[in-house]
Ligand binder design. Structure first.
Ligand SMILES: [Fe+2]
Ligand SMILES: [Fe+2]
Length: 313
């Protein structure tokens, strides 16, 4: 990449200027998982029967099965959903940071992607500390991604070195749905547990930079890809985004077993048009980006429809 002092081109901030700005923001506004969260404050204590963990009335939380549970079980299941999401978050961030380390290792020091990459690695590591501490204090455990998904995750780490455009689609596939869910939750009038609200606010603030970087990276680099890589990216993007959204948005098998959630309830909630709309809303920004980049074509559109991230509207 050309690294120059040009900050604006055609009235638009240049890619190097944007990365420098994101790096400066990371210096000016960042959080430490332990210095900036009052973990030992009594108001932050985690109790599994706290009614503030009860799921909101959407998806599983709106099902007749869930509403018929006693309040303590509804709260514990709600907390367990949070614990599962945070466990998957730690695993995702582990893959992300290892991939970013491989990515920055190949860059010269004067490439602004190298500096910003390190800022993001540091921030993601603070997020992992924060999520891990929440899980530790909750007393609940979740296996997160296991088996095939864990093996695929290991492969994703290496794509950061040989096919970073594919790696950043994976990054958006994980970050965008969680960011969407956290922004929705913070904007709602729900009575959040203060620890959950604090963690979400910190995460949303720093993820805004990470999402901005991933999108700008793809806008900068995808147009320069050769035909084969471009076709591969167009084919894999809807698969990655569809699978990632499902991992982030539906309860794990472990939770289904632990709370004996009937298959019919899962099928009803997650096979519904409403769930499909929620998935599409969570992936809308990344899908629109892929569309702008010319990755959604006559040949790949059916795959986007089939896997969920494309609205027919
Ligand atoms: Fe994060
Ligand atoms: Fe992130």
């Amino acid at each position: 990449m050309e690294v120059g002092s040009e900050l604006v081109r055609g009235g638009q901030e240049t890619y190097p200027a944007l990365l420098s700005r994101l790096s400066e923001h990371s210096v000016a506004k960042h959080y430490d998982a332990f210095a900036d969260i009052a973990w030992d404050d009594e108001a932050f204590a985690i109790r599994a029967d706290d009614p503030r963990w009860i799921l909101p009335r959407v998806g599983l939380g709106a099902s007749a099965w869930y509403c018929a549970l006693d309040p303590a079980t509804r709260a514990r299941l709600g907390l367990h959903v949070v614990v599962t999401t945070m466990t998957v978050g730690v695993q995702f961030e582990n893959i992300l940071t290892r991939g970013l380390l491989k990515f920055v290792a190949r860059l010269p020091p004067d490439n602004p992607e190298a500096r910003y990459g390190y800022h993001e690695i540091i921030e993601e590591s603070q997020h992992s500390l924060m999520f891990q501490e929440f899980v530790r204090r909750s007393g609940l455990r979740a296996p997160g991604m296991t088996g095939v998904l864990a093996k695929i995750g290991e492969r994703v780490v290496n794509t950061a070195a040989w096919f970073p455009e594919l790696f950043f689609v994976f990054v958006l596939g994980g970050e965008d749905p969680i960011d969407h869910a956290q922004r929705d939750a913070l904007a709602s009038d729900r009575n959040h547990h203060p620890l959950a609200a604090r963690i979400m606010k910190i995460h949303v603030t720093e993820e805004a930079r990470h999402l901005c970087f991933a999108r700008a990276f793809l806008r900068e680099h995808v147009p320069r890809l050769g035909r084969v890589r471009r076709a591969l990216l167009g084919l894999l993007a809807p698969i990655i985004l569809g699978v990632m959204a499902e991992i982030m948005m539906r309860p794990s098998r472990h939770l289904q077993r632990e709370y004996a959630i009937p298959d019919v309830v899962i099928d009803d909630v997650y096979g519904s048009a409403e769930h499909r709309q929620r998935t599409q809303a969570a992936l809308r920004k990344v899908r629109d980006l892929c569309d702008d980049l010319g990755l959604i074509t006559f040949f790949t559109r059916p795959l986007w429809r089939l896997l969920g991230p494309w609205s027919a509207a």
